[in-house]
Design a protein. Structure first.
Length: 245
């Protein structure tokens, strides 16, 4: 693999300078740029040319988690979260980050995180067509293969994911963000941090009292949609084939 292109995102100038100084000692790492806020980070990531993002969790205006919500999953580089508080580490794993760093960290710990990000990149499928078609489930001592197209919606549950199929719920190992990368993007859409819906199961959208949007599935289930994802959801629904409704 060629030199790893790393984007540094932190609202503290001294923190950015410190990370840059550590990374510049690595022969197989190239600094792709520095960003002092979430908005500029979104622009830099969308512009391309970034393999890994060292992303500060807590930034004014737009947090590191907010940055992730602005980027399409396929366009998102490998992420290493940086935080001054260890309690934010769990949030990093919930969005399937390659690693997290708690300030202050050593150069050895930074190198370890970069190594994990590199491994994550190398392990990614070489083709976007490599999508999951069936989920293996353990039922009464047997392995049953559930068609992905039958899943109404997926819900994050810590280090696992709940598959909602009609009135049944199946718990499978794996982060929601990991499943997002391998599900058919033309069928499944992540409406907020903890939920992915099967677009074929969407019946309608409606506003509710708080000014937010609710998605109503064909079985009557109501799911809240993040405000920053509503426009993308509408576009995704428009691209669906005509179902004769």
């Amino acid at each position: 693999m060629s030199a790893l292109r790393v984007l540094i995102v932190d609202d503290e100038k001294l923190a950015r300078e410190g990370v840059r100084a550590l990374l510049e000692t690595e022969p197989d790492v190239r600094i792709a740029g520095e960003c002092a806020n979430g908005a500029s980070a979104v622009e830099a990531i969308r512009a391309g040319g970034v393999d890994v993002v060292l992303l500060d969790v807590q930034m004014p205006g737009m947090s590191g988690l907010d940055v992730l919500r602005q980027i399409e999953p396929k366009a998102m580089p490998s992420v290493v979260f940086v935080t001054a508080h260890a309690e934010f580490a769990l949030q990093g794993f919930e969005v399937d980050a390659a690693d997290y760093l708690v300030k202050p960290f050593t150069d050895a710990r930074l190198n370890q995180a970069i190594g994990r990000a590199r491994q994550r990149i190398q392990a990614q499928p070489s083709t976007s067509l490599d999508v999951i078609r069936r989920f293996p489930l353990q039922v009464n001592g047997e392995t049953v293969f559930l068609q992905a197209s039958l899943v109404d919606w997926l819900e994050a549950d810590g280090y696992c994911t709940r598959l909602h199929v009609a009135d049944d719920v199946h718990l499978v190992r794996g982060h929601l963000a990991a499943f997002q990368r391998v599900l058919d993007p033309n069928r499944f859409f992540r409406v907020h941090r903890s939920c992915i819906v099967n677009l074929e199961r969407v019946r309608s959208m409606r506003r509710w009292s708080k000014g937010d949007t609710l998605l109503v599935l064909s079985n009557g289930t109501e799911i809240e949609v993040s405000r920053d994802r509503r426009g993308q959801l509408v576009q995704a629904m428009r691209r669906l084939p005509d179902r004769g409704l």
